[in-house]
Design a protein around this ligand. Structure first.
Ligand SMILES: C[S@@+](CC[C@H](N)C(=O)[O-])C[C@H]1O[C@@H](n2cnc3c(N)ncnc32)[C@H](O)[C@@H]1O
Length: 214
């Protein structure tokens, strides 16, 4: 899969660094989503392993009771990353400017990307980098919901249904030879549509695509 040039466009195509210049000490999804993500990490991540949290911020959502040997953070805002208590080290890099990660081959047991994949304009290049830095058997966990900074998400994401976004992320994995077939976890609200129309609040839907380096 290769995106077409128009599918990579953002409504706001000013430098992403400007958009993230001021720190946002907020959570981008609700408690239910974060709980599901932390549970998934608890299930898939092992103690004493090396983790990269890509496109991170002041929170990584990692289970607090698990001791990792190293957690590397990456993002666009140094102040947010400096405040993240789960990171051992971090670096700032605009992946839409330079997709090449300054990290060694086969050095990580897990690469995580939470609620950010929609901002990648060259996802094929980034997923090939994720594959490169993963150890054989290492896992990539890409999670997302239906919220986004609309003006910074790429066209194909903005204009896709939630189901089509799942297929898109699977396609990103499949664009690099060397990942296992991606597994998908979907947890949508069980509040019936009728009650949603009446305004009964529904939680953020949870989507995760998971693949391992063969
Ligand atoms: C919605 S926040 C999610 C932050 C964090 N993963 C979390 O769970 O709260 C989106 C993140 O994507 C990152 N990001 C957006 N555009 C980027 C780009 N062009 N290059 C690198 N990172 C980018 C920013 O660091 C920002 O913190």
């Amino acid at each position: 899969m290769q995106l077409r040039p128009n599918q990579r466009t953002k409504l706001d195509d000013t430098d992403d660094k400007q958009f993230y210049a001021y720190p946002r000490f907020v959570t981008h999804v609700d408690e239910g989503f974060i709980q599901q993500l932390t549970d998934l990490y608890r299930e898939r991540l092992q103690p004493n392993t090396r983790i990269l949290d890509m496109m991170s911020s002041w929170v990584s959502h990692l289970p607090e009771e698990i001791e990792f040997s190293h957690v590397e953070g990456h993002g666009l805002n140094a102040e947010e990353l400096a405040r993240n208590p789960q990171l051992d080290n971090y670096f700032v890099q605009n992946l839409n400017e330079n997709p090449q990660l300054p990290l060694a081959d086969a050095d990580f047991d897990a690469v995580l990307n939470c609620v950010s994949v929609q901002y990648l304009q060259y996802p094929e290049a980034i997923f090939s980098e994720i594959l490169r830095i993963l150890k054989p058997g290492g896992v990539a966990i890409i999670s997302f919901s239906n919220r986004m900074f609309f003006q910074k998400a790429i066209q194909v994401w903005r204009d896709s249904s939630e189901g089509a976004r799942v297929d898109l992320v699977k396609g990103y994995f499949n664009s690099s030879v060397g990942f296992t077939p991606p597994e998908v976890i979907i947890r949508q609200s069980d509040v019936p549509n009728f009650f949603q129309w009446l305004g009964v609040p529904v939680g953020d839907p949870f989507y995760a695509a998971i693949a391992y380096r063969k």
